[in-house]
Design a protein around this ligand. Sequence first.
Ligand SMILES: [Zn+2]
Length: 157
Amino acid sequence: MNYCDETGKETAFRKKLGMVLARGGHGVQATYINPKGEYPIIIQNSREMRTNQRIHTPREMNIQGIQMGMANSLFFEAHPEWYGLFKGKRSDRINGFPAENYCTSNKDATKELAKNLVQSLIDGPWKNVDIANFWMLDVGTWCECENCKKQGILPTG
Ligand SMILES: [Zn+2]
């Protein structure tokens, strides 16, 4: 009873009753370092950079009409090294089967995932969460890069 989804419309009432609100699961990677998600870019060489250094997504930049001469970038395009190496190639497959977990030996990838997750807990969609379940992909394979192999990986079938 004390373990339920925090996104329901009765969140405040559930908290009042003392329920523990949980969120997370196999979708954490897709939520916080989605390879097909827009990669935030810090605007450089613009008037706005001098007055406001917040991070913008490419979509926000397009909406604001900011011309940077930059193509929209996705996480995977910006940092393919953050994603699982599978049969010699980095993979952006994190949904369905087969799918590859992100490259867990890449400290920058883990830092980005953690940063985005923590921000969500602070003031984002997960701000009411009491327990965050952090699971890797359901039946996901592990990155085959040398550093991940040193950490230990389960053999794939
Ligand atoms: Zn790796």
